[in-house]
Design a protein around this ligand. Structure first.
Ligand SMILES: C[S@@+](CC[C@H](N)C(=O)[O-])C[C@H]1O[C@@H](n2cnc3c(N)ncnc32)[C@H](O)[C@@H]1O
Ligand code: SF4
Length: 487
């Protein structure tokens, strides 16, 4: 898979000043390329059981929630994630009954996995009533035969719904981490999202998290309509002073039919040059306050004791940055994401052998279809993608790049190939631009090279993506199946 020098230069020249639309949770390949899988999911899950006989899987469990409070503009104006309008508690209770069904359905396939973290995301999971959190944790407990005390268990939501009774119930249900989608702390700027959210609500919720010893993380966005450098720095300063353990500082992703992608709102967005400067200034500030950059977007407060280190960490996401577990230089197994519920993603990099199969798929993103599938006794899966060996390598590279460094040493161990040779023209161009630095063990992304990581991920995958786009629809059953055997 060789990119020529000319191809690389043309790609960067074309994309450098275009808004990239793949900035939040970007994996290979983008869901845009996923298709309905023809093979029944239980066939794939049985095959996974075969792989599991060779090695145990460490699993990050995601539980999805469809509901969000209606806003004007719709979907908070900027959001590109699937969601459905919240219509009241009856809908929530009906959904939880369906979730229970899906938990029961996956038990024969997931029951032996080793649970390493839980993320309850959405949508807006803190729309639920206090009693629901324990109920859902009970499903997880039943599936795995217990939930370890010491693993990370995150619940995501919007600040104004993190009331004290709710946070108490969330903590009592066993969650130990809260992720708050704040986006903007400025009461005028947040209005673009149509949310009724105030900065006071955010700080009150953080205080309650501290009271209940819940690790807390804030999502903030830069590159927001009419946001200035001072607005951005004020938000970061206030979040740091409030004692947050972890921050996610996303660049606004502008795409699709969201209100922020309309010409009227686009005109209010900071330029790409300003965004690059915001990325740099935010980084300098957070480092000066003792925060450590873990990914292009994630910042953890540096800790001096174990308890604070736990609170600043984000295992659910970070453990996937190298999903190949190694011991003494030997590949042991892969980590996986199992998703249950509306729009949940299952990422099963089952094996690193060339002849084996790996895949990713997403549950239905229409609540109606999700429920219909379960009523019909079917796994509620919408679209997915079957990985060939090249795709597994790209998926691993994408994850690594999120950390702003790729270990070419590990790549050699895991895939038995020389990464520096494989994408030689790309590294040369990035060295010429001073966007990377290469050491004996790593390729480190530096300066603008960090900001451009989403674009560079697209570049690395570009030839394979052309193949995928051009390729005829591949039936799962046409790919040779090699079932694993016990050793
Ligand atoms: C899927 S949302 C769910 C959390 C919760 N409902 C909320 O809104 O805060 C998770 C996070 O993704 C980020 N996000 C969603 N759409 C985005 C976009 N277009 N650009 C940048 N970040 C985005 C936001 O920071 C958000 O907090
Ligand atoms: S940003 Fe959060 S609350 Fe808003 S639509 Fe997206 S998931 Fe829902």
């Amino acid at each position: 898979m060789a990119h020529s020098k000319e191809y690389v230069q043309n790609f960067i020249a074309r994309e450098e000043f275009r808004r990239q639309s793949n900035k939040v949770l970007h994996g290979h390949p983008s869901p845009m390329h996923w298709k309905p899988l023809d093979e029944p999911i239980d066939f794939l899950l049985n095959e996974r059981l075969g792989y599991q006989m060779r090695s145990e899987f460490d699993v990050n469990l995601y539980v999805g929630t469809p509901f969000c409070i209606k806003t004007k503009p719709a979907r908070c104006g900027f959001c590109l994630f699937p969601s459905e309008d919240y219509e009241g508690n009856n809908g929530v209770e009906r959904y939880i009954a369906y979730l229970k069904k899906e938990f029961e359905m996956v038990k024969p396939f997931y029951g032996n996995d080793k649970l390493t973290s839980i993320y309850f995301g959405g949508g807006t999971p803190n729309l639920y009533h206090p009693e629901h959190y324990g109920q859902i944790m009970g499903f997880i407990d039943e599936l795995y035969g217990g939930v370890p005390d010491d693993i990370e268990k995150t619940l995501e939501g919007i600040p104004q719904l993190f009331s004290e009774p709710k946070l108490r119930a969330i903590s009592e249900a066993g969650f130990n981490r809260v992720s708050m989608g704040v986006q903007q702390l400025n009461d005028d700027l947040i209005k673009y999202s149509g949310r009724r959210q105030t900065r006071k609500q955010v700080f009150d919720a953080i205080d309650i998290c501290h009271k209940y010893n819940l690790a807390n993380s804030l999502d903030l966005i830069y590159g927001w309509p009419e946001q200035t450098m001072d607005n951005m720095l004020d938000d970061l300063k206030d979040a740091v002073s409030a004692g947050v353990n972890h921050l996610t500082h996303y660049e606004l992703n502008v795409a699709g039919r969201s209100d922020f992608a309309s010409p009227k709102k686009r005109a209010l967005l900071p330029t790409i040059e300003t965004n690059i400067e915001m990325y740099r200034v935010a980084g300098d500030y957070l480092r000066s306050e003792g925060f450590e950059q873990v990914t292009v977007y994630d910042w953890s407060r540096k800790a001096t004791n174990e308890e604070d280190a736990r609170k600043g960490s984000y295992d659910y996401e970070h453990s996937m940055h190298d999903f190949v577990a190694q011991k003494d230089g030997a590949v042991q197994n892969t980590r996986q994401v199992c998703g249950i519920g509306y729009a949940a993603v299952n990422f099963h990099p089952n094996s690193l052998n060339e002849e084996d199969r790996s895949w990713i798929y997403m549950n239905q993103t229409s609540l109606k279809k999700y429920c219909e599938d379960l009523d019909n006794g079917k796994f509620p899966v919408g679209r997915g993608f079957m990985y060939n060996h090249q795709d597994v390598k790209l998926a691993w590279l994408f994850q690594s790049m999120q950390t702003m460094a790729i270990s070419h040493e590990n790549y050699q161990k895991v895939f038995q190939e020389n990464l520096l040779d494989e994408f030689h023209e790309i590294w040369s161009e990035l060295l010429r631009r001073r966007w990377i630095h290469i050491t004996d063990s790593h390729i480190q992304f530096i300066d603008k090279g960090q900001y451009y990581i989403p674009m560079l991920q697209s570049l690395i995958a570009s030839i394979r993506l052309e193949e995928i786009r051009g390729g005829a629809k591949q039936r799962v059953s046409e790919i040779p199946v090699v079932l694993a055997t016990a050793e």
